[in-house]
Ligand binder design. Structure first.
Ligand code: SF4
Ligand code: SF4
Length: 438
């Protein structure tokens, strides 16, 4: 197989060897779980339970309030002790249902379907929607909504994203190895749900054992070997690498006839449609030089990060930085109280030395940031526009096409905070456009 790839990108230190060979361990739920009503892009779910209610595992505790939203289910059986704002991995406080786990693991009655690929498109979509499935690669877009593009869109290719290009993370790698059969079933169901005739699974060439395992189950599904390069897993980059198609500026993948779904999402879809199981757990890599025993865990959603760190032997030393996600696009955490959500694929604890932010130096116009930008932008220009509050110019130079991959900041020899200023510009452009339309 020849390696496919995209324009630009970088080769950071991957450090996946810390956990790549660590089988997924099932972590039992803690005494208390905290389940946020916002674990997805779109409107938060609305709680359907109140303090004092008894709940079963798999029971709906928050219902979707808008078309772009997703229901939320209890990961344990027990008693609701609070419905209040709680710390969230996004750094804000989010309305959450706090449940005291009774340790009984009593479930609602699930409705399995023994021949799920025979279900029609509408039935598959209904089950995906009811199971609260959202993009588990980090974005969190409600899956049923993503599978329902405008009526005139023709989707001919479904891509399953198994690239896992973020350094350190191996949760998708282990999932593809240990749940290959479920992933293939999920891919078939997703293809039926969006009408795609062709299914392609893209995997970077640093996960050849996963490729071998997937091939045992794949049948007619194509598995494409991708160059190991960051951000290979970006939707636009993956589509360009696999199909050669370009998603229009400011556009979405369906405009190129493609829908992309993450590998973990495909497994969740298989389990939802075949077993009737809602999305109440996920695989999380706990890793980094400040972690004693880096591992992969299958954990109930709502489990506080602290619980995972303890299960991985705690900190080896006081960490300089704890991130949810990988080092390139992860979210820095101020504490360890926030719980695992549907989109948390890793917890990374870096040492103090690794976490030092270098002093920026003047730009030397070397253009290395331009060479690595997978969105064909001029990061040095965008940074200047952001710094000088030139929002119109930032928009004109394509700031909204920035996928926030951080390649420019990573490669810059002058250690300029390029992405930080580009984000400021993007936020201002969005705010100005909201103001115009309100
Ligand atoms: S400008 Fe945006 S898309 Fe381009 S390298 Fe920087 S962060 Fe990535
Ligand atoms: S990489 Fe850094 S120093 Fe080089 S042109 Fe870009 S901003 Fe300037």
């Amino acid at each position: 197989m020849s390696l496919k790839t995209f324009f630009g990108g970088i080769h950071p230190k991957y450090a996946k060897e810390l956990t790549a060979a660590s089988p997924i361990e099932i972590l039992s739920a803690p005494e208390t779980v905290v389940v946020p009503m916002l674990q997805h892009i779109g409107a938060p779910a609305v709680p359907t339970v109140k303090r004092g209610d008894e709940v079963l595992a798999g029971q709906v505790i928050g219902e979707a309030s808008q078309p772009i939203s997703a229901p939320v289910h209890s990961p344990v059986s027990g008693k609701v002790v609070a419905v209040t704002d709680q710390p969230h991995v996004n750094g804000r406080s989010v309305l959450s249902v706090v449940i005291e786990n009774d340790g009984q693991n009593k479930w609602v009655d699930l409705e399995p379907h023994y021949d799920p690929v025979q279900l029609d498109r509408g039935a598959i979509l209904d089950k995906i929607r009811a199971a609260g499935i959202v993009g588990m690669g980090g974005a969190g877009f409600p899956t049923a909504a993503k599978l329902s593009p405008p009526k005139d869109a023709v989707i001919d290719v479904l891509i399953i994203n198994g690239s896992e290009c973020e350094p350190y993370l191996t949760s998708d790698h282990r999932l593809m190895l240990e749940y290959a059969g479920d992933l293939i079933l999920g891919a078939k169901l997703l293809a039926k749900a969006c009408g795609a005739k062709k299914i392609v699974i893209g995997v970077e060439d640093n996960k050849l054992d996963s490729v071998a395992e997937l091939k045992k189950h794949a049948g007619a599904i194509e598995i494409v070997l991708l160059d190991t390069k960051y951000p290979q897993g970006g939707e636009k980059q993956l589509i360009a690498a696999i199909t050669g198609r370009e998603v229009p500026s400011n556009g979405l993948p369906f405009q190129a006839g493609v829908i992309v779904q993450n590998a973990a999402t495909a497994v969740a879809v298989a389990q939802a449609v075949r077993d009737g199981k809602p999305l109440v757990d996920r695989i999380v890599t706990v890793t980094g030089s400040a972690i004693n025993e880096p591992r992969n865990f299958l954990v109930p959603i709502g489990t506080p990060i602290k619980h995972l760190v303890e299960a991985a032997g705690g900190f080896k030393e006081e960490p300089g930085k704890v991130l949810v996600g990988g080092p390139m696009m992860g979210l820095a955490q101020h504490g360890l109280e926030a719980p695992v959500t549907k989109t948390v694929n890793g917890i990374l604890a870096l040492s103090k030395a690794e976490a030092v932010v270098p002093e920026p130096m003047p730009c030397i116009k070397c253009a290395r940031c331009v060479d690595v930008c997978p969105a064909y932008l001029l990061p040095l220009r965008l940074e200047a526009f952001g710094m000088h509050e030139m929002w119109d110019e930032a928009k004109e130079y394509g700031a909204m096409d920035c996928i926030e991959c951080g390649c420019c900041t990573y490669i810059c020899p002058s250690k300029r905070p390029l992405l930080q200023y580009i984000r400021v510009a993007k936020n201002q452009i969005v705010a100005a456009s909201r103001k115009r339309t309100s």
